[in-house]
Design a protein around this ligand. Structure first.
Ligand SMILES: [Zn+2]
Length: 66
């Protein structure tokens, strides 16, 4: 006898908004500046999640856009 189907819906702390323009990838978690898609430095997968580092022009260093 099984206990039923457990739902493991992936929960993301950040919801991606589809209303953003295509040119804006996300925002800097530190200064809140818009991160354009062209600023993406590297994409990689870890633990089933896709992570992205992009350069924030205001901070001048790689950040994880949110
Ligand atoms: Zn920044």
């Amino acid at each position: 006898m099984e206990l039923g189907t457990l739902s493991h819906a992936p929960s993301s702390p950040f919801q991606l908004s589809m209303s953003n323009s295509a040119s804006e990838f996300g925002t800097c978690p530190f200064c809140g500046s818009a991160i354009p898609a062209g600023a993406i430095l590297v994409e990689y997968e870890t633990e089933g999640e896709t992570r992205v580092f992009a350069e924030c022009f205001d901070c001048g260093e790689p950040v994880q856009p949110q």
